[in-house]
Design a protein around this ligand. Structure first.
Ligand code: ATP
Ligand code: MG
Length: 567
């Protein structure tokens, strides 16, 4: 999984039907001592949690044999949509997830010459031809499910003529749309993909890597299986929508010829998540139309967004493992992902106190210049992680929601005359609230019991509420970003006559100014903590010690445990 492991099998994939196929192929030594998969993204957007599933699957499947390999291949055959920014982000994201392709980073564009040679081979064998029909004619003549296609009048051009025309296409002598190269298979085939599919089209566009070297570009269906074959991929794992393309992929491999091993295509169901959109085109639209602040906006289901939000890579890996691999499409409850995240963050994240909606408290019987210090373990279950020092002073902050003037029954937090515990410090009693002329709450006046230092008293007096707090001395003002789900609808893409944009949650981001402990203000971006009683938060990349910025990763309440009946 990582360089240190040096191809030791990590084999954490639970048994699934793909793993079984691979194990069988290994047992029968079908491919000799070869097991090779690949993750083949197109660099036309950032990777998302669906890709994470595919990455985990491909890399862990490869580790079913000690000699197994997984390549990273950028499938960059479409010059129009692709960009270096995406190439970089893809590598960063796969690495962050914990996987390593060693020196096997490949680009389909590096194979352009070989793919072209494969096309020439097909032409030479009489299995491909240059079609000069217009785009509309080609579409029209393909027929449909009920109607067989019509053969192109150019279908029976001679090999020589085809070779010459193809060369002219390559050299730039033919205009876009005036010719395409097609495989010569069967215009009456019941599988539409077999009705003389396109191999090459002319695009006078600059490619992010090959520049203007090429003005014809291979179609995905042609380039993809060939790229697999060039790399010696034994198992081409892809999502279900390519099931109908398998027979075509196999046709290309067989008819171009000369490949061992022959890649075996296996399809699995893509991940769909509730309250989430996982189409690159739609994610791009969210970015372009400024519904979010970028591909790495913490509300985005992109790996970069989730990283910034505070997700742990192990949570995504565990989630991918937990949902498994199926052959039928289904929708996974995002609460399951959140459940996994909470479970991991609970152990990972140290505790700290912070206020998102602060209310000032003056402890009237606490001398102006005095202070009391308390050591608080940063994690109750891991004493070895050490402790944090919190200081009590006359002026402190509590959460505004922890005070009510006229509370309902069983209110154990602050109200005039009631005593609570300040976490890890002492007892505090509310005397009265101070309001301005408009009745707005300004501060609380309270008293403390010096005999309750440490959080209990010798007279056996008990309090039921424990509040989080910070003293003026420890507190640094912070920008706190409270994130919520980006969509209000469980299936934002599946609503009749509505666009997914209609279901954007207008409250998916609330920014507040709160207080965090000065220790946290010093922590580097990416630090994940639990704000006691409030949730898990992560230090944002824009954070500075003077102006900390914290992203709420997720609240403490777990709806999945409830669904699963675990609570
Ligand atoms: P596009 O809509 O641009 O085709 P894509 O999401 O299919 O986008 P690719 O870059 O082609 O993106 O995907 C790379 C790999 O990730 C493919 O093998 C694809 O099958 C897989 N993949 C994409 N989306 C999901 C998903 N939601 N769940 C599982 N695997 C996915
Ligand atoms: Mg795709």
């Amino acid at each position: 999984m990582t360089a240190e492991n040096d191809r030791e099998p990590v084999a954490t994939t639970p048994p699934n039907f793909i793993a079984e196929i691979i194990d069988d192929d290994l047992a029968s030594a079908k491919n000799g001592a070869r097991l090779q998969t690949r993750f083949p993204p197109e660099p036309n957007g950032f990777l998302h949690v669906g890709h994470a599933k595919s990455i985990c699957l491909n890399f862990t499947l490869a580790s079913r044999a000690a000699f197994g390999l997984c390549n990273l291949r950028l499938d960059d055959t479409n010059p129009v949509a692709e960009d270096d920014v995406f190439v970089k982000s893809i590598q960063e994201d796969v690495r962050w997830l914990g996987f390593d392709w060693d020196d096997r980073l490949y680009f389909a564009s590096d194979y352009f010459e070989r793919i072209y040679a494969a096309a020439v081979t097909l032409v030479t064998k009489g299995l491909a031809y240059v079609d000069s029909q217009t785009t509309e004619e080609i579409r029209e003549n393909r027929g449909n499910f009920y109607k067989v296609g019509v053969e192109s009048p150019y279908r029976n051009r001679s090999v020589e003529e085809n070779l010459e025309l193809l060369e002219r296409m390559r050299s730039g002598a033919v205009k876009e749309g005036e010719a395409v190269l097609r495989a010569k298979i069967d215009m009456a085939h019941q599988n539409m993909n077999m009705r003389d599919p396109l191999l090459y089209r002319i695009r006078h566009a600059e490619h992010h890597r090959t520049g203007n070297t090429w003005c014809i570009y291979p179609m995905y269906d042609f380039a993809h299986p060939l790229s697999d074959a060039f790399e010696g991929v034994t198992h081409s794992i892809c999502t279900l929508e390519f099931e109908d393309h398998r027979v075509l992929s196999d046709w290309f491999i067989e008819n171009v010829g000369g490949f061992t091993p022959v890649p075996r295509q296996i399809e699995f169901a893509r991940l769909n998540l509730t309250y989430t959109v996982l189409s690159k085109r739609k994610l791009q639209q969210l970015v372009n139309e400024h519904h979010v602040l970028g591909w790495d906006d913490p509300r985005m289901p992109t790996i970069a967004g989730m990283r910034r939000r505070g997700y742990l890579p192990e949570s995504l890996r565990a989630f991918a493992e937990r949902i498994g691999v199926a052959r039928r499409d289904s929708m996974v409850d995002v609460a399951l992902l959140e459940h996994q995240l909470r479970e991991d963050l609970n152990a990972h994240a140290n505790r700290t106190m912070a206020l998102v909606k602060p209310l000032r408290v003056v402890i009237e019987n606490f001398p102006e210049d005095a202070q009391e210090e308390f050591e608080v373990p940063v994690h109750p279950e891991y004493p070895e992680r050490g402790s944090r020092r919190v200081t009590l002073t006359r002026e402190i902050f509590i959460e505004e929601d922890d005070y009510l003037e006229d509370p309902p029954k069983k209110w154990f937090r602050l109200t005039p005359g009631q005593e609570v515990r300040l976490r890890s410090a002492c007892f505090l009693r509310c005397e009265r609230a101070v309001r301005d002329e408009n009745g707005k709450l300004i501060e609380l006046r309270c008293t403390w019991d010096p005999a309750s230092k440490g959080g209990s008293t010798t007279d056996g007096r008990k309090v039921k509420g424990t509040l989080h707090w910070l003293s003026k001395k420890d507190a640094v003002a912070a920008q706190i970003r409270l994130y919520d789900r980006l969509f209000t609808e469980e299936d934002p893409e599946g609503q009749e006559n509505k666009s997914f944009l209609d279901f954007i949650n207008p409250n998916s981001l609330e920014e507040v100014t709160g207080w965090v402990h000065r220790d946290l203000a010093q922590s580097p971006a990416g630090t994940r903590v639990q704000f006691e009683r409030l949730g898990y938060f992560c230090v944002d990349v824009e954070s500075t010690p003077e102006r900390p910025v914290l992203n709420r990763t997720i609240g403490l309440r777990d709806s999945w445990s409830k669904i699963a009946g675990k609570d």
